[in-house]
Design a protein around this ligand. Structure first.
Ligand code: PMP
Length: 293
């Protein structure tokens, strides 16, 4: 079923609309000029994990694009929670988006309304569950994550996802699940929708989030590892170092913690550290599951 044909409701500018009626005009500024920011959240057992952090990042992303989202964090959180209840899901994916409307056309959009919508659907596992625990295969992307002086790289802005879709499509065409992107310095950055981690001799390495999204899952995983007493080093990682790492995994709201077995010609074996973090993350997002074990 195409995404515009699902059932249920979408919260749009303060109202709950029937799913199929949540439409915009083709002359929407956000579509032409990428003046749009979004979030990706997951609900587990009826509760959105780290909802306030996501909502705050949405508001901050808008600010980085020069607009003020016309709803408070409290109002967005309340709308999200009410929509989750109305949709009747306990485990689901949540997609808020804020974008400039169709009042003015052109690069300047001073008078355009800031529209806000929230959609919630069921999205079980971002990567093929069969492949997941064996490790997914990544290619190396052609495009680099831009220099923070080139674009507001901390914003979860739709425009920045142009390179992600190009990279993911190119990887999929070659049979890979996803692509690893380097940054403009040729340092390891992130995958097209998730952050990347490596393990060597029980120590975890992940690039400093200085030109890509500092994922909420990334921060959660770092905290979980430290709670286990595992050393975590956030530092520049060069592709030449990939030979030396034993394990690799991705993490993100949609991807959760996903082991990686290949990046282009480099090979990794999902091991004890990755498995521990897959488990710890599952218990962190589903406290009911942890209590039952
Ligand atoms: N990087 C990119 C490009 C992403 O799209 C995502 C998913 N939002 C992440 C990293 C991970 O962020 P988070 O853990 O906040 O979902």
């Amino acid at each position: 079923v195409p995404f515009d044909q699902l059932d249920g409701e979408i919260w749009f500018n303060g109202e709950f609309l029937p799913w199929k009626d949540a439409k915009i005009h083709v002359l929407t500024h956000g579509l032409h000029y990428a003046s749009a920011v979004f979030e990706g959240e997951r609900a587990y057992g009826g509760t959105v994990f780290k909802l306030r952090e996501h909502t705050e990042r949405l508001i901050e992303s808008g600010r980085l694009l020069g607009f003020e989202i016309p709803y408070s964090a409290d109002a967005i959180d309340a709308a999200t929670n009410e929509l989750l209840e109305r949709q009747g899901f306990s485990d689901a994916y949540v997609r808020p988006i804020a974008f400039r409307g169709s009042e003015m056309m052109g690069v300047s959009a001073q008078k355009n309304r800031i529209n806000v919508a929230i959609a919630i659907w069921q999205w079980p596992s971002y990567f093929d569950p069969e492949q997941r625990m064996k490790g997914i295969r990544l290619d190396l992307a052609e495009y680099r994550r831009p220099d923070p002086r080139t674009a507001p790289s901390k914003a979860k802005a739709t425009g920045l996802y142009m390179i992600c879709t190009i990279s993911k499509h190119a990887a999929e065409a070659k049979g890979y699940a996803d692509a690893l992107m380097l940054d403009w310095r040729d340092q390891v950055a992130e995958a097209t929708g998730a952050n990347v981690f490596f393990v060597k001799d029980g120590v975890i390495y992940t690039p400093l989030a200085d030109c890509f999204l500092d994922g909420i899952t990334r921060r959660t995983v770092i905290a979980l590892a430290k709670r286990r007493g595992i050393e975590v080093q956030e530092r520049a990682i060069l592709p030449a170092e990939l030979d030396g790492f034993d394990e690799c995994f991705l993490c993100g709201t949609a991807a959760e913690v996903t082991p990686v077995s290949e990046i282009a010609d480099w090979r990794f074996t999902p091991g004890a550290t990755t498995r521990q973090l897959v488990e710890d993350y599952a218990n962190e997002v589903q406290p009911m599951r942890a209590a039952a074990e």
